[in-house]
Design a protein around this ligand. Structure first.
Ligand code: FES
Ligand SMILES: [Fe+2]
Length: 467
């Protein structure tokens, strides 16, 4: 290993890519100043021990997750836009559990356990949504009102032992935040606000995600454990090797990593800046020419020739600002260059990523396949700003891809972005197999660039051990 990159005089966790501007340095040079939630750092060294690998394949570990983690954590079940009117419902499954998320009244959203209280039949099929005034079981016809109270038991003379008031549909806790509907099976769980912590609440309130709509929703099976799959998206460390096509315009190795409390972490990965790995190999004009991430591919329609002294990053920020102003009929003059351009990624424990930036406005959700803990149901939602004028667009219907389909086949997804996700998928197939084949019982992590993985697994360990 190159000695100049391994400075032993520094405390663990303090080292950064040598002689390169930090994410904060890059952002500080921008024309339109970034807000405080962007101009802050929250890194903490959390140790250097290996992460045990049995968690990625042992069925016992998966069982402990179902018993102690999934039933005690806040999970993103759907968006409010899925259930805008009273009577609208959306089915969310996690493991063997299933919930009917329904809007009972304008400000009353409930999450009913999706099972008949007679002989257990699911009241609504998985992966469905709709509008109703009652939930009637298809087996014998028992029916519940929208508010969860029992409306009718067929042949009630045969059920003198059924007390109507004890036969309301059981519920999980529900809270909403920024247009997201979260549920938690644990009635003793802290509030969502306490769970996510004050820093994140401060950040999210700046984004206006409630004013976004789902423009594209893709769901795909990935042949790897859900935690391994999530971890593939927690660092920019892999960009230079896995996604070389974006490294020319991504400051991958000087990305910033932060942790907030137990359940939230983030990175900021600056775009429009050359990877430090490629220093001296490309000009500013090359950076601009090769910038193709997500929506930036439409930069192809505009003049791409840089003026003397102009940076690729500044040109991209300026171009994106005017592009999005036109597309959404809004004034973005106060929105910082960083918010327009950079990749902001937050993990909300256990299974949601929020990318609130404007160029890559996404949400990821990861769930174990209930039939196989070594498979993940991975979903990508693109959240676009609701246009100022006209009707709010309906949320996109999900596109389902099987294990063997490419993300580039998904209608509505930018093929360049789909190719990036395919590269991650190829890694995950090899990583799951390698982790199971290995003689080494632990994963070794970088102290800084892989802090989100460690932080995430610390929360997993805490829940799984029953704390
Ligand atoms: S199982 Fe639902 S009515 Fe019988
Ligand atoms: Fe990746």
């Amino acid at each position: 290993m190159s000695e100049q990159l391994k400075d032993k005089s520094m405390a663990f966790g303090e080292a950064r890519y040598p002689d390169e501007p930090s994410t904060q340095d890059i952002i500080a040079s921008d024309k339109v100043e970034a807000p405080k939630w962007v101009r802050s750092e929250s890194y903490e060294y959390l140790g250097s021990e290996d992460i045990s690998t049995d968690r990625y394949y042992d069925p016992e570990f998966s069982k402990k997750e179902y018993d102690n983690l999934w039933n005690r954590t806040w999970q993103f079940a759907c968006r409010e836009e899925h259930i805008p009117e009273p009577g609208d419902y959306y089915v969310y499954d996690i493991g063997r559990h299933s919930f009917i998320i329904t809007r009972v009244a304008e400000n009353d959203i409930r999450a009913y356990y999706n099972a008949c209280l007679h002989r257990g039949t699911k009241l609504r099929a998985s992966n469905t949504e709709g509008c109703t005034q009652e939930f009637k079981c298809t087996f014998h016809g028992w029916t519940w009102n929208l508010d969860g109270t029992l409306k009718q038991a067929v042949c009630p003379w045969d059920f003198p032992h059924v007390e109507e008031e004890k036969f309301s549909l059981p519920e999980a806790k529900v809270e909403t935040l920024a247009g997201f509907v979260f549920i938690n099976m644990d009635h003793d769980a802290p509030s969502l606000e306490d769970y996510l912590g004050p820093e994140f609440m401060d950040h999210i309130n700046n984004w206006g995600l409630e004013n976004r709509y789902i423009q594209c929703h893709v769901s795909k099976l990935i042949p790897a454990n859900w935690k391994l799959t999530m971890e593939a998206f927690m660092e920019a460390y892999h960009v230079i090797e896995t996604h070389p096509q974006v490294a020319v315009s991504n400051a991958d190795a000087n990305s910033q990593y932060d942790t907030y409390g137990e359940h939230v972490n983030r990175f900021i990965s600056p775009l429009g800046v050359l990877s430090p790995h490629l220093k001296g190999q490309y000009t500013e004009q090359d950076i601009l020419d090769q910038f193709t991430v997500g929506d930036a591919s439409v930069l192809g329609d505009v003049d791409r020739t840089l003026k003397d002294g102009e940076t690729a990053r500044q040109r991209m920020a300026d171009t994106m600002r005017s592009m999005f102003e036109q597309a959404t009929n809004t004034d973005l003059s106060d929105v910082s260059d960083s918010e327009l351009l950079d990749c902001f990624s937050y993990t909300l424990f256990p299974n949601t990523f929020v990318f609130p930036g404007i160029s890559l406005p996404m949400v990821y959700r990861f769930r174990p396949d209930p039939k196989d803990h070594r498979m993940t149901i991975y979903e990508v939602f693109f959240l676009r700003p609701v246009p100022k004028e006209g009707e709010r667009p309906d949320p996109a219907e999900p596109v389902y891809l099987d294990e063997f389909q490419s993300f580039t086949e998904a209608e509505g997804m930018d093929p360049g972005f789909g190719a990036i996700l395919d590269q991650d998928t190829e890694n995950l197939i090899m990583q799951q197999q390698g982790v199971e084949a290995s003689a080494k019982p632990g994963l070794t992590l970088g102290n800084y660039q892989e802090i989100r993985v460690r932080h995430f697994e610390m929360a997993v360990d805490k829940y799984v051990s029953g704390q």
